[in-house]
Write a protein that binds this ligand. Structure first.
Ligand code: HEC
Ligand code: HEC
Length: 319
């Protein structure tokens, strides 16, 4: 009887140690590139009509997962979606509004598009297409983005880009500085809190989770997120962004309050997990592009902790 208990305690301890060890290793951090566990299976659809707050619409799980039909929970929030955003074009152009949501807030698993310039949106899609923009860790979601970028026509892309550029960006993230975070697991490429599992130290991580997992799964465009960041990150990020040892100011290109300029996209109030991936990918070379050279000297001397601080700060700004 004593042996199994001791064995269990021992393997739990070594698991915990392995977790801490993985966090301290070099290489792309797992929290920024969540990968589904082996044997992962999506929750089956039991036919229930799903609802989200302040919407008269209802969709099944199968419908919210359909890559050719963006669930439009709040049609009054945005102008009519161009066809390519709403339904895409079979077989390879998945509807932009499914992953990036109907009016473009996106989520930590992809990117927000609202408020970006149409030129930037077209340029980035072209760079996915030529293969110079990828992630440091292969990701299913990005593979789909790459696949559709090869099939979308210039006209369709222009319509989608003009649409997302016309929508005013809004903040959907609460940045919370903390020492401890809810324990999480990877669920369909995103981090979800493990109900009743308690808390653990945050360590050098950002833990960005949906405020309400079911609304997020439903692709509610008004879904909100909590981004837990290490204590002191926002102030440290503000100082770094304003120069200190970087020799550059983020605002020199990204504009006052990082709202964006003709040179560089806005980075205020956007998913810190997505933003972190980009800094990491610029540094690793996984993300390249016509204008990415401008970011090269910026990221060269950034540590993981610096990147965490910078994106905690940018996420805390108003768009
Ligand atoms: C299957 C999901 C999916 C669909 C559908 C999709 N995207 Fe994406 N998109 C992604 C992912 C994932 C990323 C972010 C990759 C990363 O983390 O680097 C992305 C990133 C982008 C970016 C880069 C944003 C930035 O700030 O640099 C643009 C632009 C973009 N998508 C445009 C589009 C357009 C236009 C469409 C429709 C024609 C579309 N996407 C459809 C998954 C998708
Ligand atoms: C010299 C100009 C310049 C400076 C300084 C600069 N950036 Fe950038 N940044 C860019 C450009 C240009 C892009 C778009 C790159 C591309 O087209 O691939 C970019 C892209 C980014 C992105 C990805 C945005 C997206 O939508 O995917 C992030 C994140 C970012 N910068 C963060 C920062 C931070 C943080 C700083 C300060 C530490 C900073 N940048 C300083 C020019 C700059």
């Amino acid at each position: 009887m004593r042996f199994p208990t001791a064995f269990l305690a021992c393997s739990m301890a070594s698991l915990a140690a392995a977790g801490a060890f993985a966090q301290s290793q070099d290489g792309p951090p797992a929290w920024a590139y969540p990968v589904n566990p082996p044997n992962f299976q999506r929750t089956p659809d039991d036919g229930t009509i799903r609802r989200v707050p302040d919407s008269a619409a209802g969709f099944t799980l199968t419908q919210v997962r359909d890559l050719f039909a963006a669930p439009d929970w709040h049609p009054d929030d945005h102008p009519p979606m161009p066809e390519i955003v709403a339904t895409g074009r079979k077989p390879d152009v998945f509807a932009c509004g499914v992953c990036h949501r109907a009016d473009g807030p996106g989520g930590p698993e992809n990117a927000s598009l609202f408020g970006l310039s149409a030129e930037y949106i077209m340029q980035q899609t072209a760079e996915f297409k030529t293969g110079i923009r990828t992630n440091s860790v292969p990701r299913v979601a990005t593979d789909l983005m790459i696949k559709l970028s090869k099939a979308v026509t210039d006209q369709e892309l222009r319509e989608a880009a003009t649409y997302f550029a016309s929508i005013k960006p809004r903040s959907n993230i609460a940045v919370v500085e903390t020492d401890t975070v809810p324990k999480t697991r990877v669920r369909d490429l995103f981090l979800a809190p493990l109900d009743g599992a308690g808390k653990e130290p945050i360590g050098p991580r950002i833990v960005e989770i949906p405020d309400n997992v079911e609304h997020f799964v439903s692709r509610d465009s008004r879904a909100r997120f909590i981004a837990y960041v290490p204590v002191g990150s926002v102030q440290k990020g503000r100082a770094l962004a304003a120069n200190s040892n970087l020799r550059v100011q983020c605002a020199a290109c990204h504009g006052a309050d990082l709202k964006g300029t003709a040179v560089a996209p806005g980075i205020a109030a956007r998913s810190p997990t997505y933003m972190f991936r980009q800094l990491y990918d610029f540094k690793s070379g996984a993300r390249k592009g016509t204008h990415s050279e401008l970011m090269k000297p910026v990221v060269e001397n950034l540590s993981i902790d610096d990147m965490i601080a910078l994106v905690a700060y940018s996420a805390s700004l108003v768009p």
